[in-house]
Design a protein around this ligand. Structure first.
Ligand code: DWN
Ligand code: SAH
Ligand code: ZN
Length: 405
């Protein structure tokens, strides 16, 4: 058993994916064999229930200056963050001269809406090339990893922040004590630290096992975030369940005693107790489902190949690294994955070495089947690719179960 990164309690490992590559390291053909591998294993803390990985990958490996993910690749996510920006402009940023800081701003998908409203703002992100896109959108970005030292420098240069916001990033940071220390140093009195991340309750309910990969060091629940906030001098004062990325949760924390917790916190804690999110049996069942789904997916792809059917992948996601490498799926079963991100096209998936091609390759000609690795964007993608279905094509989904639709 390892020690919990949050509370020091005993972490009970519940799944080991074995040797896995850094998920966003999409390589060129002559980089084959240069990928970094590590042991991807995940456990839950028997004290604070935080789900966390056994091994930490160096942040510089996961988030280099040419980090290829671009948040704006989804119109659904662009609309989500436009709505989110409007919400904060009417609430946390409604004061006379508000200052907004965003951790993990990536290409400015949220930051540009805040800056565009004339609000003083600063993004913080080590992915220099994504930051350049945000700057081209009119935003200020400090290319750095947010931690206590960064926060102190920002406070010195720009003053206290009314809102520190982050989406799909805080769970990526193993050294989260330094992040909370930074938030404490940076936040104005009465300020809020708000972060949204994929939700453990949905991952367990829908067996989203491929949400487990190097970048997702933690899988948050309301109970584990409440414990984490308390440990670092904050208090969880509001939660909101979101439909994005297969199910996410927005957590609002404030300095302890500064705001009364909203009823939603107690309501969702009660729901987690009813769903046994802190019970070992829940994770045992999850582990069984992971292996069963992976066996079924591999068997389905093998039989389609034996029948001479054509199968491609759709969406070269970080998630696909776990699926393809744990299930042993390579180009012999999926000859290529199409993806709309220019920075990924022409490269190959880490470890499994499946070539990544532009969306045009998907239609020329349509395959018989397409494995939807970007299942969290299913509605948007299936709407975009209606002609595929009309031409007789079928999608292969592997969460919550293996099925063709
Ligand atoms: O948590 C994270 C999320 C926010 O983004 C990060 N750790 C890294 C990354 O994870 P991911 O790669 O699993 O994210 P997505 O948003 O599921 O990736 C979707 C992929 O599919 C992108 O490469 C873009 C591509 N795509 C496409 O080809 N056509 C996406 C859409 C919507 C499309 O229509
Ligand atoms: N907020 C965007 C991007 C999420 S991807 C969205 O919701 O789509 C995670 C982002 O966090 C990447 O751009 C990565 O470079 C950044 N990141 C990782 N560690 C960070 C840290 N310590 N401080 C700031 N950004 C970080
Ligand atoms: Zn713990």
């Amino acid at each position: 058993m390892s020690k919990c990164r949050i509370c020091g309690g005993a972490v009970q490992e519940f799944f080991d994916f074995g040797r896995q590559p850094v998920s966003d390291t999409f390589i060129t053909p002559h980089d084959i064999g240069t990928e970094h591998f590590y042991r991807l294993a995940v456990g839950f803390c028997t004290s604070c229930s935080m789900v966390q990985q056994a091994e930490e990958v160096a942040r510089e490996r996961m988030f280099p200056s040419d980090y290829p993910y671009r948040s704006s690749g989804s119109s659904v996510m662009r609309r989500h963050f436009e709505r989110t920006a409007r919400h904060f402009l009417e609430t946390e940023l409604a004061g006379p001269d508000p200052f907004y800081v965003e951790i993990g701003c990536n290409d400015g998908i949220m930051l540009n809406s805040i800056g565009g409203a004339g609000v003083r703002h600063l993004g913080v992100d080590p992915a220099a090339e994504a930051a350049a896109v945000a700057r081209a959108g009119g935003s200020r970005v400090r290319v750095a990893f947010f931690e206590e030292a960064t926060a102190a420098a920002v406070r010195l240069a720009d003053g206290p922040a009314d809102l520190v916001f982050s989406a799909n990033t805080i769970s990526h940071i193993a050294y989260i004590d330094s992040v909370f220390a930074g938030a404490a140093a940076l936040l104005a009195p009465g300020g809020a630290f708000v972060f949204e991340d994929r939700y453990l309750g949905d991952i367990l309910a829908q067996a989203y096992f491929d949400q487990i990969y190097d970048e997702h060091f933690y899988l948050f629940s309301v109970r584990s975030v409440q414990a984490m906030a308390k440990r670092f001098g904050f208090e969880l004062v509001d939660v909101a369940h979101l439909p994005v990325h297969g199910g996410a949760m927005r957590y609002t924390v404030a300095r302890a005693g500064e705001r009364p917790p909203a009823p939603a916190v107690a309501e969702l804690l009660a729901q987690e107790r009813r769903r046994c999110l802190a019970e070992p049996s829940t994770y045992k069942d999850f582990a069984t489902t992971i292996d069963s789904n992976c066996e079924q997916l591999k068997a389905l792809l093998g039989s389609l190949r034996a029948e001479g059917r054509t199968v491609v992948g759709y969406g070269a996601t970080s998630k696909s690294a776990t699926v393809t490498n744990y299930c042993g799926i390579g180009p012999e079963l999926i000859p290529f994955i199409c993806d709309s991100t220019p920075e990924k096209q022409g490269r190959m998936t880490p470890g499994s070495h499946i070539p990544i091609r532009p969306p045009a390759a998907f239609r020329d000609p349509y395959p018989d089947y397409a494995v939807l690795f970007a299942w969290n964007h299913a509605e948007e993608i299936m709407a975009k690719e209606q002609d595929f279905r009309e031409a007789g094509g079928k999608w292969i989904l592997y969460v919550p179960e293996v099925q063709t639709v």
